[in-house]
Design a protein around this ligand. Sequence first.
Ligand code: PEP
Length: 251
Amino acid sequence: MSDKSKIYLFANWKMYLDYDESNILANAIAAQAKSIPTSVKMAIFPSALALYPVGQVLHDVGISLGAQNVYWQDKGGDTGEVSARMYKEAGCKYALVGHSERRHLFHESNSEVRKKLEAILDEHLTPVICVGETEKERAENKTEEAIEIQVRAAFHNIVWPKDRELIVAYEPVWAIGTGKNCDPIEAERMHQLIKKQVIALTGITPVILYGGSVKPENVAEYLKNPNINGVLVGNASTNLESWMNIVAAVR
Ligand code: PEP
């Protein structure tokens, strides 16, 4: 059984909040930080432009900062990109990689995900590798195959730094931002499968988060499962009340 002494609550603000909204929400969360149980590891993934000031506010209350995406080059003529090194300098501890919106809206391939993952590790950040099947793959009974391909591409022959946690987010594409969450029992089954595969590839026991339409009303149903170490939350993390209700569900 996985170690459940820590519960990971990771908030992906995507492009939902502008600069002012991000700072207002970060300050409001920081003001309530005393009500966050010590068992919770919280990280916020704001937009790139809001990241620095949000990080300053969160740092003082022990909440970590993460990047939503990185580019694999450190520096160069890569107009519009932001490197893992730059995110590290701005105060990030974590970086998402292979989020379904990156894979599907921006056509990121498994090999690009792998290059980003390696760049994140090189900069001493902790990657959160997102994997998930599409609705079509699930309908065609190809869920396990789809996940295995993504997990293998991310971890095959990788040298994992000894000082780094290995975090995977299981995020079924059909559940992201749709309001259709995955049945928690099915999510637990997928987490077991991912755990087995990651251990076979790396020898490391991963932390696995569930993501996909998590809300205050359903979060406890996920967290009670032995292999669900926490949640990655989009929409419901962008509002103070619903985020703090998700935090309250941990108790
Ligand atoms: C996400 O973007 O990682 C996510 C899980 O989104 P939502 O909670 O809105 O489905």
